[in-house]
Design a protein around this ligand. Structure first.
Ligand SMILES: Cc1cc2nc3c(=O)[nH]c(=O)nc-3n(C[C@H](O)[C@H](O)[C@H](O)COP(=O)(O)OP(=O)(O)OC[C@H]3O[C@@H](n4cnc5c(N)ncnc54)[C@H](O)[C@@H]3O)c2cc1C
Length: 392
């Protein structure tokens, strides 16, 4: 069991882990290179959608994690006074009549919905009249079929990270920002060095998102090789009156090219994106290119206008890009890394890190405390077979 832990990375995953460790009474220091949510977390749509989150065998993980978000949201409001805007708004998943949703057939959707229902998710295939009732602005002529998951939710990405970081401090931990970790050394204990400080610890948790391989490479080459950065982009409209209630996604299987997602925030902005092919964002020196593509903007705006014709003339307020961390099997790395005891990894989000962060935090905390997590982590093990290699 570790008494002093350093968590590297102030995204949603690192903040959730540090908050959980601090709640367990462990002396916790969260070290962030820039500021809280400066990485992919601050650029996230932060939809908590369990339907189509992955193969049905992943459902116990995401069901437990979203249940934890539902507990955490009021708890954080009471503890640190931040409303993270957790809303159970439901999720409509659409397949377009003439889109690139190749491979997506009614039979495929029905099989998936049946499998997810059997695994405990409330989800169903819906008719055109139901789609209109849920999304009055949608053009049902372009929709082939749809499904509805009433318990799916959304959250405010920035507020969620800030609330978790505030909870770390409230629980007696330390949050250090503006200090990039330069070196992590294994001695009889761990030493974590930044430009102006060094921290001694019994355990270190690497939650540095797409930058994790930079820190991990010298400690566990095999685990580091499984992580590849991938650029994801997003747009926001100017604030509108409430016009879209649920999260909406449009997809064939998985979060590949052609996948689109949108929702309207409590403040009226519609956040939306469509995934387009993207180049390798790795720049010399270990930094990542977060430039927005014009092709992305055009494709995303066209998708929005095609699905919701009345939104054709809305004003685009801003757009941004961020790099996610991908693994070949699109599963996180969660667990101990390297030959040295006391080094843990929680990275490789593959586009679903908000959904999974609270449960990842609980599992890492169990491991740090020397307990046995109540989810089987074999398929998430850092350095697992088949991990190193090209991203899918
Ligand atoms: C457009 C978009 C839409 C998305 N939509 C969803 C969604 O709807 N639902 C969902 O679940 N997920 C979604 N995601 C994915 C989700 O945002 C990520 O999975 C999640 O934010 C990953 O969090 P993280 O903490 O692992 O990484 P990050 O947020 O990247 O955090 C890593 C942190 O480590 C810091 N760091 C890096 N190097 C160092 C160092 N040397 N020392 C100290 N700190 C360091 C970085 O500054 C950064 O703050 C989306 C992502 C994008 C971009």
């Amino acid at each position: 069991m570790a008494n002093r832990v350093v968590v590297v990375g102030g995204g949603v995953v690192g903040c959730a882990i540090a908050a959980e460790l601090a709640a367990a009474g462990i002396s916790t220091t969260l070290v962030e290179a820039r500021t809280i949510a400066a990485g992919v977390s601050g650029g996230s749509l932060a939809a908590l959608v369990r339907h189509f989150a992955g193969p049905p065998e992943e459902l116990p993980f995401v069901l437990d994690s979203t249940a934890l978000w539902a507990e955490l949201a009021p708890h954080l409001l009471a503890e640190v006074g931040i409303d993270v805007e957790f809303d159970i708004c439901g999720h409509v998943r659409l397949t377009e009549r003439d889109g690139d949703d190749s491979g997506d057939t009614p039979a495929h959707l029905e099989r998936l919905v049946d499998a997810e229902r059997a695994a405990g998710l409330d989800v169903s295939v819906i008719e055109a009249s139901d789609i209109r009732a849920l999304l009055p602005l949608v053009d049902t002529r372009v929709i082939r079929f749809a499904s509805w998951c009433p318990g799916d939710a959304k959250i405010n990405a920035l507020l969620a990270c800030r609330a978790l970081a505030a909870a770390v401090c409230r629980r007696g931990g330390e949050v250090v920002i503006g200090e990039p970790v330069l070196e992590i050394e294994a001695k009889d204990h761990w030493r974590v060095t930044t430009p102006s400080r060094s921290f001694e610890a019994d355990a270190v948790v690497l939650a540095a998102g797409p930058w994790t391989p930079n820190l991990l490479a010298r400690l566990d080459e095999q685990a580091a090789a499984g992580l590849t950065p991938r650029r994801a982009q997003c747009c926001a409209t100017a604030a509108l009156p409430p016009v879209i209630g649920p999260v909406v996604s449009k997809a064939s299987v998985g979060i590949g090219v052609g996948y689109a997602q949108l929702h309207q925030t409590r403040h009226g902005e519609i956040l939306f994106n469509t995934v387009v092919p993207s180049t390798d964002p790795r720049l010399p020196g270990g930094e990542l290119d977060a430039t927005v593509d014009l092709a992305f903007l055009v494709t995303s705006a066209r998708t929005l206008a095609r699905l919701f014709p009345p939104l054709r003339s809305v004003r685009l307020l801003r757009s941004w890009a961020a790099c996610e961390s991908w693994t070949p099997d699109q599963r996180f790395l969660i667990g101990p890394a390297s030959a040295h005891p006391g080094l843990f990894v929680a990275a490789g989000d593959s586009g679903t890190g908000f959904l999974r962060a609270p449960l990842i935090a609980r599992l890492i905390c169990d491991l740090v405390l020397g307990g046995t997590p109540d989810h089987d982590l074999a398929s998430y093990a850092p350095g697992r077979v088949g991990l190193a290699g090209a991203p899918s």
